[in-house]
Ligand binder design. Structure first.
Ligand SMILES: Nc1ncnc2c1ncn2[C@@H]1O[C@H](COP(=O)(O)OP(=O)(O)OP(=O)(O)O)[C@@H](O)[C@H]1O
Ligand SMILES: [Mg+2]
Length: 307
């Protein structure tokens, strides 16, 4: 698949001597939604800032749509939209004029219909004449998104886009992100809400200590690293697991009424059939059952712990 962003051997050492990025290589595919996950201080914002040409690399090269972000800054930056992590909008200007102004900065002629649609999509249209300082925190964050979209970028970076945004609006924003992707925009986002990545990302990149630990299709990652659990509600209370079941990876709940069987989703066979046979032989019955799949969050926490 065609790349829209190519990062080669990128390293960044800040002025104080701290190495925030260490030899990053990453291809971002045209039209995808990629989520960068990683603990605080992992280097996500530094990476995004480098791609947008705000932080200069110490080593390496970054191409956006085939052009070098440093050497060809102005024209390359004009196809990029960036929603920064930090709120910096404390202005007395109105929402509408702020967003129109942002568009103008990129040399684009006015497009009132487009700007209206952006503000409507972000539920900001009713506030279009309000001053920025009169808005709530979540609304200010949405103004940042409107500004980033004002010049119709083809690559959009969202650094923690939904921090401080309520659940309902977060869902609206996911819908907006999907709509943008459908129109051909490539989206790179960072988030600490792992379920957000699970919900909207096509690929997941895990960043730790300035390095990319892995980049993988989300579905593949969940299939490869995910575990499944089968939970059985027993018909009678067990005080201990019978010896005949010791070959299975079983966990008996403290109250003795629940058995949990953990199995690998990748394995050739799940072992459920033989477990059922052994349960029957041991005279253990169950009245209900459910299965549970590990969430991206569980996978992520484990990955970072082990790294
Ligand atoms: N201007 C700077 N000067 C020196 N060090 C910096 C600078 N900006 C960031 N760093 C350091 O680089 C590391 C990575 O920071 P960065 O902001 O990229 O992390 P992050 O992954 O975005 O974290 P978070 O999830 O908290 O937003 C941190 O240790 C940070 O202290
Ligand atoms: Mg950050």
């Amino acid at each position: 698949m065609e790349s829209i962003v190519s990062i080669r051997n990128l390293s960044k050492t800040y002025a104080g001597g701290f190495k925030a990025l260490n030899n990053i290589n990453l291809e971002i595919r045209k039209g995808e939604i990629i989520a960068l996950l990683g603990p605080n201080g992992a280097g996500k914002t530094t990476l995004i800032s480098a791609i947008c040409g705000i932080v200069s690399p110490s080593e390496g090269e970054i191409l956006v749509d085939g052009k070098d972000i440093i050497k060809d800054f102005r024209s390359t930056r004009s196809i990029i939209g960036l929603v920064p992590q930090e709120l910096t909008t404390e202005s007395f200007a109105s929402v509408l004029s702020t967003v129109n102004f942002s568009r103008g900065l990129f040399g684009k002629s006015p497009n009132p219909e487009y700007i209206e649609q952006v503000l409507r999509d972000l539920s900001l249209w009713e506030k279009k004449d309000n001053k920025i300082i009169e808005l709530s925190g979540g609304m200010k964050r949405r103004v940042l998104i409107a500004k980033a979209l004002s010049h119709e970028p083809r690559v959009l970076f969202l650094d923690e886009p939904t921090a401080g945004v309520d659940v309902e609006l977060r869902k609206d924003m996911w819908a907006l992100v999907r709509k943008l992707r459908e129109s051909g925009v490539t989206i790179i986002l960072t988030t600490h809400y792992i379920e957000e990545a699970e919900e909207i990302a096509d690929r997941i990149g895990v960043v730790t200590r300035g390095e990319i630990l892995l980049v993988e299709e989300k579905d593949e990652l969940m299939r490869k690293l995910g575990k499944k659990q089968l939970i059985l509600e027993l018909t009678r209370t067990l005080t201990a697991l019978p010896e005949s079941l010791s070959a299975h990876q079983l966990l008996l709940s403290d109250d003795g009424q629940q058995l949990t069987y953990t199995y690998d989703t990748q394995g050739e066979r799940t072992g459920i059939t033989s477990l059922m046979d052994d349960l029957r032989s041991a005279g253990i019955g169950f009245k209900d059952m459910q299965t549970k799949q590990s969430s991206l969050e569980e996978i992520f926490v484990k990955l970072v712990e082990e790294s």
